[in-house]
Design a protein around this ligand. Structure first.
Ligand code: COA
Length: 179
């Protein structure tokens, strides 16, 4: 058995690299209409596997980071994913913190805890000087998380998969000397 690579720990959580054994639990999240309420559609199993092939396995190889499994340290259960991927923003491609939790685990501050740990990891371990989160204008729970994690917010326009122009919030954290 290959050891699972642990990335970081916070009070209640471990973030570690995702493995193929995690895919059924992640497929449940991405196939659930409530969890995907602020996305264009739910993803079936194949689309979820493609998504993690690109943003987890492929990204680990190419960039050394990606979406990671969010594990409850006490129970060992997978609560969702949280991690850092390269995303298009207004004028560049840049590292972004994203998070998705199974709905039974909402409202307990897990996304805030995991995303804060990713921000600190980005600055102190990865040596980044800026990290962002992209959130849709309707996704209030995610905005609450991003407000706690980041320093300021802008708005930008991007093309969605259907070629339409859509607006997104861009939450930004920048490393200051002393951070
Ligand atoms: C966005 C998400 C990750 C937030 O995770 P979380 O761990 O619940 O975050 P928090 O516990 O810090 O709560 C954040 C806000 O979520 C909202 N929230 C909490 N429990 C909720 C529930 N059961 N139902 C709806 N909203 C809820 C609250 O507005 C809360 O803000 P508050 O602290 O002012 O009450 C989670 O809702 C989720 O996985 N959503 C689906 C995927 C998604 O949209 N990801 C973000 C893409 S940008």
């Amino acid at each position: 058995m290959t050891a699972m690579r642990e990335i970081l720990r916070s009070d209640r959580l471990v973030l570690r690299e995702i493995t193929v054994a995690d895919l059924p639990a992640l497929e449940r999240i991405f196939g659930d209409p409530l969890c995907m309420r602020h996305y264009p559609s739910v993803k079936d199993g194949a689309a979820t596997r493609d998504f993690f092939e690109r943003l987890a396995f492929g990204s680990y190889e190419k960039n050394g980071f990606g979406l990671w499994a969010m594990i409850d340290r006490r129970s060992g259960d997978l609560l969702g994913d949280c991690g850092i991927t390269l995303q298009e923003t207004s004028s560049r491609t840049e590292p972004e913190i994203g998070y998705h939790l199974w709905r039974d685990h909402w409202g307990k501050g897990y996304a805030t805890e995991a995303a804060t740990a990713c921000r600190d990891h980005a600055f102190s371990v990865m040596g980044l000087s800026r990290i962002v989160s992209i959130v849709s204008l309707e996704n209030l729970p995610s905005q609450k998380v991003a407000e706690r994690v980041h320093q300021r917010r802008e708005i930008f326009s991007k093309q969605n998969a259907a070629g339409e122009t859509v607006e997104r919030y861009l939450y930004i954290s920048e490393k200051t000397s002393g951070t």
